[in-house]
Design a protein around this ligand. Structure first.
Ligand SMILES: *[C@@H]1O[C@H](CO)[C@@H](O)[C@H](O)[C@H]1NC(C)=O
Ligand SMILES: *[C@@H]1O[C@H](CO)[C@@H](O)[C@H](O)[C@H]1NC(C)=O
Ligand SMILES: *[C@@H]1O[C@H](CO)[C@@H](O)[C@H](O)[C@H]1NC(C)=O
Ligand SMILES: CC(=O)N[C@H]1CO[C@H](CO)[C@@H](O)[C@@H]1O
Ligand SMILES: [Ca+2]
Length: 323
């Protein structure tokens, strides 16, 4: 670990203390589930949601109960049988996770985490957090078509889809803001994929981490523009040429170099899509915006700047001592 990391941790701890002092104390909230009967809407890149979904209850930092998966989801070699939909924009497997302060990926934590939009969200007044599994029907066809388009020549046949949707939820204590996004887990035999789909995202100065992370960050991806306040562009970018959608294959068990076979592109809503390749953080040489922001990316890409920073700090320290 380096200085920046420690400083960041300390700042985070201070922030947590501050939040605790201002009365924002979290409790583990477990949902009692109900079922909607509203109409299904699929604006933009979103998969169907609404009718037939199980709705998580209203709670600022709550979580769904453990959701038993109808088929194991193999996340980087680990087959998981259950999942939690945590209200603050992430999914976990082993236990519910109420954290409302995002950690930058790679977080080098002890947790596998899928975070379409990790920030302090609040569904106490408005908005709906819901989820549903599919083992047949048109959603499977849609997923099969999408996956074979994004990861061609492999002939995937999707047999299970899990969709969790945050529909028009607010930022913490900021009722009137609306944020809509979705995470789609897809299993095709032993292969697994994740789609992150973004609808309307209200502007905010809160930090947001979007992407995924694993235990010790052996595999992770941080969607560019994570941790850039006032710059929530997820609705306008893509690595698969579908505005507002990011797609990942998440069953890599061996080397970190065999990423998706697609050529990632970034799209904008205005003109045609520009074709700036999006870096894969699983690539040890990838250095992207979010990577530069976080100072350290994966311990390999930016050691140079860390050295320079350390040297500078030592020089400053010595100068002070000499005076
Ligand atoms: C973010 O945007 C809002 C509204 O445009 C503005 O009031 C605020 O100063 C901005 N904050 C930062 C940190 O840029
Ligand atoms: C991206 O999608 C658009 C249609 O939405 C298509 O016209 C364009 O050729 C695609 N670009 C690439 C690089 O696949
Ligand atoms: C995912 O698993 C399938 C089946 O074992 C394998 O063919 C494929 O190469 C794996 N993909 C990655 C990225 O590891
Ligand atoms: C933005 C929005 O939909 N706000 C609504 C939230 O819910 C309250 C009632 O619970 C409404 O009065 C607001 O209009
Ligand atoms: Ca919250």
């Amino acid at each position: 670990m380096d200085k920046e990391f420690v400083t960041m941790r300390n700042q985070m701890m201070l922030f947590v203390l501050f939040l605790l002092m201002t009365g924002k104390v979290t409790t583990a909230n477990f949902a009692t589930a109900s079922t909607t009967d509203g109409p299904s809407t699929t604006p933009g890149p979103l998969y169907p949601f609404g009718a037939g979904d199980t709705v998580s209850y209203r709670s600022d930092d709550g979580s769904s109960p453990p959701i038993t998966l109808q088929q194991p989801f193999v996340y980087f070699g680990k087959p998981y049988q259950q999942i939690y939909v945590n209200h603050n924009g992430h999914l976990t497997f082993n236990e519910a996770f109420s954290s409302f302060i995002p950690h930058r990926f790679p977080a080098f934590s002890t947790r596998d985490l899928i975070a379409p939009f990790w920030t302090d969200l609040d569904n106490r007044r408005n908005g709906t957090i819901s989820y549903r599994q599919y083992t047949s029907g048109s959603v499977l066809q849609q997923a099969t078509q999408d996956i074979n388009q994004y990861f061609p020549n492999l002939g995937f046949s999707v047999n299970w889809v899990f969709i969790a949707t945050w529909d028009k939820v607010a930022y913490y204590n900021n009722f009137g803001t609306e944020i809509t996004f979705q995470v789609v887990l897809i299993a095709a035999g032993q292969s697994s994929f994740i789609l992150m789909n973004y609808g309307e995202i209200a502007p905010t100065t809160q930090n947001i981490q979007a992407g995924y992370d694993t235990v010790n960050s052996i595999h992770y991806f941080s969607i560019p523009r994570s941790f850039q306040s006032n710059d929530t562009t997820f609705s306008y970018t893509s690595n698969v040429n579908v505005t507002g959608r990011w797609a990942f294959q998440t069953n890599a068990t061996t080397s970190t170099t065999d990423g998706p076979s697609t050529t990632p592109v970034t799209t904008t809503t205005t003109d045609g899509p520009s074709t700036t390749p999006a870096p894969t953080s699983d690539d040890p040489f990838a250095v992207d915006d979010s990577c530069i922001d976080s100072i350290f990316c994966n311990g390999q890409g930016l050691t140079g700047s860390v050295y320079m920073l350390s040297t500078l700090l030592i020089l400053v320290f010595l100068t002070i001592l000499n005076n």
